[in-house]
Design a protein around this ligand. Structure first.
Ligand SMILES: Nc1ncnc2c1ncn2[C@@H]1O[C@H](COP(=O)(O)OP(=O)(O)OP(=O)(O)O)[C@@H](O)[C@H]1O
Ligand SMILES: [Mg+2]
Length: 268
């Protein structure tokens, strides 16, 4: 199977000389079609730098990135930009506060020329529906939404662009635990339904436990180990990974379900 995304010995250095920071060092991995790859590591381990390289915010200092077997140029084509989308940590700041939710989603459709002009509002409403929001939310401003709803809009915006690879950079870290579990479930459902691939970035291993097929552990810009998520939890090879696992309060599915039942129909 041709990987959707490949990194080969990719590095990124910021600055020069003695002030140089090697944010990503000689990293190689693949993301397969339909796969969720988790990227975990402590603050400063290079996760967002990696995301920016994949998104084309900047190119690697050395090494190569490829999408569907072809080298990804530093200056991305429209097709690449629509195929690789980002969902950020802070849902409110990732949406323009002055633009309605619908207009934010529509912008991508206009830029990438998706659908007929006359049909685009319907596509926007379909995207809202897909992420579990009412179609009439199209007219709302981001300030009139909860954190979880804002994050759903950000997901709808990424999906409406017909993306195939979604980079999720701490997508649920700003949400409380119940809303977090619902957004995670939504992401998991959408991935299966649409055959999407995810690069799911987080500092919290417990978040990816149930949704990542494989997990890549980063430390100081280096890829320490990359294995099926189960293997990472049950037989980690590195001491650092063991410490990461030990550090997180792992909440099981049963506990989450119980909390959900006790909380009743809280808004997502
Ligand atoms: N634009 C930049 N210029 C200089 N140094 C940078 C830049 N961006 C990141 N760095 C440095 O690169 C390293 C990796 O940063 P990065 O933001 O990728 O980490 P991270 O794993 O995303 O951390 P966090 O979990 O806190 O988001 C850090 O030492 C950071 O200070
Ligand atoms: Mg980061």
């Amino acid at each position: 199977m041709t990987p959707l995304l490949s990194l080969r010995r990719a590095s990124k250095t910021f600055g020069k000389g003695r002030r140089a920071v090697q944010a990503v060092r000689d990293v190689s991995f693949d993301v397969l079609p339909g796969e969720c790859l988790a990227v975990v590591g402590e603050s400063g381990s290079g996760k967002t730098t990696l995301a920016n390289m994949i998104l084309g915010v900047f190119g690697p200092s050395s090494g190569e990135l490829a999408f569907e077997g072809s080298r990804l140029p530093e200056k991305r084509t429209l097709a690449h930009r629509s195929a690789i989308q980002l969902v950020q940590q802070n849902p409110l700041s990732s949406l323009n506060p002055k633009r309605s939710v619908g207009a934010s989603i529509r912008l991508g459709l206009d830029v990438f020329g998706i659908g007929d002009r006359s049909d685009r509002w319907r596509l926007v409403e379909d995207a809202l529906e897909e992420v579990g929001l009412p179609r009439e939310f199209r007219r709302r401003l981001p300030a009139a939404l909860s954190g979880g709803q804002c994050q759903r809009v950000a997901i709808a915006r990424a999906l409406a662009c017909q993306s195939r690879l979604v980079i999720l950079d701490e997508p649920t870290s700003a949400l409380d635990v119940l809303v977090q579990s619902r957004v995670l479930r939504l992401l998991d459902d959408l991935r299966r339904m649409k055959g999407l691939s995810y690069v799911f970035i987080t500092h919290d291993l417990s978040v990816v436990r149930n949704i990542a097929d494989r997990t890549a552990v980063f430390r100081a810009g280096k890829l320490l180990e990359c294995a099926p998520t189960r293997t990472i939890f049950e037989a980690p090879q590195q001491d650092y990974t063991r410490r990461l696992i030990a550090a997180v309060p792992v909440i099981g599915d049963d506990e989450l379900e119980l909390r959900e039942r006790l909380a009743g129909g809280l808004p997502a």
